[in-house]
Every structure is written in C-alpha cells, then in structure tokens.
Design a protein around this ligand. Sequence first.
Ligand SMILES: NC(=O)c1ccc[n+]([C@@H]2O[C@H](COP(=O)([O-])OP(=O)(O)OC[C@H]3O[C@@H](n4cnc5c(N)ncnc54)[C@H](O)[C@@H]3O)[C@@H](O)[C@H]2O)c1
Length: 351
Amino acid sequence: MTRGIVGVGVVGLGEMGRVHAGHLAVGVPRARLVHVADADLATARAAGERLGVRWSTSLESMLEHPVDAVVIATPPPSHPSLIAAAAHAGKAIFCEKPLAGTAAAACTAVEAVERAGAILQIGFQRRFDPSFAAAQRRVESGELGPIRLYLSSMRSQAPPSLTALESGEHRLLFDAGCHELDASRWLVGEVDEVTVAADPSPPSSAILALRFANGALGSIDLTYFAGYGFDCRSEIVAEHATLRIHARNANDLELLSSGGSSRPLQRTFLERFRKAYRLELVAFVDSVVTGQAPAVTGEDGLVAQCLCEAAELSRLEGCSVRMGLRTTASGLTYPVPVTRGASSESPAIPG
Ligand SMILES: NC(=O)c1ccc[n+]([C@@H]2O[C@H](COP(=O)([O-])OP(=O)(O)OC[C@H]3O[C@@H](n4cnc5c(N)ncnc54)[C@H](O)[C@@H]3O)[C@@H](O)[C@H]2O)c1
C-alpha cells in the first residue's frame, strides 16, 4: 500500500468485473485500479486500454506486478483456486458470489484464507443497499420485537440463455438463491430447514420455505420470468412492527394521465443495486486500510453456499432439508444439509 492508497486488480472482466473496475477507477476513496485481467486476451487488452491500466490474461501474471488487493469476478467454479492463489500471495480479496461451485470447494477457499491470514469479502451487495441496511439496523435495535415471518422476492425480467441454463453455467437456486439466503440469515437469523418447490429442471422459478432457528418462518420466491422488470423486495413481519423493503422504481417520476398512473420500473440488477455495488467496494477498501474484518466474510459465503446446496437437495429429493453442523480438521465449523431422518452428523451431500 502506497501512502494509504490500495492498489487493486480486477480478475474477470465480464458484466460484474466491468462494474467493479469502473467503480475502482473513479468512485472508491483510497483505492486505485492498477491492473485488470481476463482469460480472454482481447477482453483484457480492451479493458486495460480503456481504463489506462496494466492488463494481463491471468491472476498469476497480475501477481507478478504490484497489487495490494484483488477483486475476483470470474465464474464461480474458478473462485476457490483464484482466492487461494491471491491469499497465498498476501493479497486482500473481494470475491463475487457465490463463493464457489460447491460447498466443499468453498470450505477449501475459506481455509486457505484463514491459513494466510488474508481478508476475504464476498459480493453480497444487498448488505450495502441503503434500504436493506436500514432495515437490518432496525432489526438489530430490537424495536420490531420477535420476527414471525420473512417474505422475500427476487425476480429477473428474462432468463439466461437455454445453453447457460442447461450447462449449469447459470443455476437459479445458486445464483439468485445465494443472495436471498444470505439476506435471510443476515436479517432474520440462522436457517434451520429449507424446503423447495421448483419448476422442472433446470428450474427457472422456485419457492423456498424456510424455518429459522429463532422460530420465524420464511418464504422466498425466485423467477427468471418477471416480464415487468427486476424486482427484489422483502418484508419482515414482527410482533411490534412490520418492515417492507421495496425499491422497484427506477426514479421518483410518476406519470398521471386519463389512462391511469404509471412509474418507470427498474429493468436489471445493475440498476437496482447501482449504489450498493460501489458501497461494498468502499467497505472492502476500508477493511484493507484498517485491517478490520470485512462486513461480509468468507464464512458468510460458505454458509450461503451450504444453504444453496440444501435448497438443491430439497428440490432433487422432494423433501425438507435440515441443517446440521460439521467441523473440519482445521476447526472451521459450518452448516451442512441433512435430509429429514438422517443423523445431524451425517451430511447428505459430501462436503
Ligand atoms: N453480485 C451480483 O449481483 C452479481 C450479478 C451478476 C453476476 N455476479 C457474479 O459475478 C461473477 C461473474 O459473473 P459475470 O456475469 O460477470 O460473468 P461473465 O461470464 O460475464 O464474465 C466472466 C469473465 O471471466 C473471465 N474468466 C473466466 N475464468 C477466468 C480466469 N480463470 N481468469 C481470468 N478471467 C477469467 C471470462 O473470460 C469472462 O470475461 C459470478 O460469480 C457471478 O455469479 C454477481
């Protein structure tokens, strides 16, 4: 770190990597974008030239140059090995969600980070969205009283390509599900049991029923087919008050005419979470500068991954899935899915 400025490299320059690189180039105090990398040479060169920074085609090459921190925005199965390499090289790491392709790989990544004593923040940007963050502060203050119900929706306007769905490159219960499951435990508490109803494989719509350890019940709906736009909102029903978090409109403009009234809707997650994507990087850079633990840790990423696997198991087996606990040889304890009737020490999915 030179004079308190964190030099950051971004690996993976698809949709999210470009968003992160753009913020780091101009919008994050105490950060300087110094390097970009993508496995596709033309993509890497174009981004490097556009942003006026060094570019390369791998994290390995990036690490030969000075960087303090690395933002990983490649597809999920590549995250654990990139995280391990960056941690081993002593870099702070921001990694997009989901943490990995499997819970086993996610666990390996968290252990590598712990061994290296590195900082790892996961890209659950909803925790930095002003409305969601305000709701969480109210829950934490205790003013709502005990939570009884948590109702949440995450709906996209259009599905990914059929090829991306059939190849497993996009998986509703993991890509969208991990955001929802992370938000559920952040807002309400740890999840004890997951039950899923979904349309035929590969699912494009699903409903998740949750039981929380504190007795609250939850329901989450996910779909790729909300033709009206991108819609992400939650409701927390508690004994003293109910909170509704909804920010569906693109702006405050309302058109009133003889035909009725209308307000423009948001079309994409990039619009809905524009602020949050910047604020999560501001918080990450703060952690790097101060050495404090990030607001969303590798363990949070691991728990969300395990809950996604529980949801997938419920979908495949048509049963409710409880969460048990596993402790690794290194002392890392995390929840693992256990089908009903199985002992809590015997995970249903090898993890
Ligand atoms: N937080 C959010 O709201 C949000 C939204 C969308 C995507 N994401 C996540 O962001 C990540 C990236 O998604 P995306 O939609 O930008 O993907 P993408 O397919 O658009 O881009 C991925 C890029 O990574 C590059 N790449 C792949 N493997 C690489 C490697 N080993 N080294 C260097 N480059 C490599 C590819 O060439 C590609 O350019 C995923 O984990 C995804 O789930 C998060």
